[in-house]
Design a protein around this ligand. Structure first.
Ligand SMILES: [Mg+2]
Length: 262
């Protein structure tokens, strides 16, 4: 079933959500902040920050921001107390009284070290490509590289990672102008969302998950909660499991503003 535009469906959705407690799961890059050439410059706009703060203050919903970035990076970029932060797609979670560290096998850590060394060597001559070491994972950014260099990048990643692409080793995931190399374990954004929902619900009423994201890793979350919550893809909704879509970060801000006013 094709995703529907969320703002067009707002009246109906608003009625559904009006007296429910929500758990908002938000991605960062491409969702709360526009994708920029230099990921170091992806800052949260004041407008978005105010909306998030307002939602936290209203106390009607819990909020988690789960990103592929390292935990300290995502926490500093949003910088609002009372929000749960998930780094490395949920391998590390902290904030609002919640702490979780996914056990990452030693074999995966060692494999990441080895692959990092190999990729540093193989990719340093390629202009516009850089490695981001996020502790529990590694990102190869090629947004600034010439298109003609992409096969070189792909081959280097393939060669470095191939000995380890087994459970307990390393999983390679393509993203938006990146390759993500992360532990090959049964944990992802979807599992993180389910874990947080359960944790947040303990002893209380059921929370309705609202998941918003723009990339492949977000599809794990959409699949996990599609039948029990609101799933929102950000961007042109070509291939997504989400029920709704928003066109861009500006529409996400509009949505968060409307949620705060319910
Ligand atoms: Mg994203």
């Amino acid at each position: 079933m094709a995703a529907r535009h969320l703002l067009d469906s707002w009246e109906e959705l608003k009625t559904d959500l009006a007296d429910r407690s929500l758990y908002l799961f938000l991605d960062y890059d491409g969702t709360l902040s526009p994708i920029v050439r230099d990921p170091g410059r992806a800052i949260l706009s004041l407008r978005m920050k105010r909306r998030l703060e307002r939602l936290v203050r209203a106390g009607r919903c819990r909020i988690a921001v789960i990103s592929g970035r390292a935990l300290p990076d995502i926490r500093d970029r949003v910088g609002i107390a009372g929000i749960v932060y998930g780094g490395n797609h949920g391998l590390e979670v902290e904030g609002a009284g919640v702490t979780y560290r996914c056990p990452v096998p030693f074999t995966a850590r060692r494999a990441l070290d080895d692959v990092r060394g190999k990729l540093e060597k193989a990719l340093s001559p390629v202009p516009g490509v850089f490695l981001e070491d996020k502790g529990l994972s590694l990102t190869v950014h090629f947004r600034k590289a010439k298109r003609a260099e992409l096969p070189v990048v792909e081959r280097a990643v393939e060669e470095a990672a191939s000995p380890y692409r087994i459970p307990g080793g390393i999983d390679v995931r393509p993203g938006k102008e990146v390759f993500e190399l992360r532990p090959f374990i049964a944990w992802n954004k979807g599992k993180t969302v389910l874990w947080l929902l359960e944790e947040g619900t303990a002893g209380g009423e059921a929370l309705v998950p609202v998941c918003v994201g723009d990339d492949r890793t977000d599809e794990d979350a959409f699949r996990a909660v599609r039948d029990r919550g609101v799933t929102v893809f950000v961007g042109a909704p070509r291939q997504t499991k989400a029920r709704y879509y928003l066109r861009n970060v500006g529409e996400v801000a509009e949505f968060l503003g409307r949620l705060a006013r319910i």
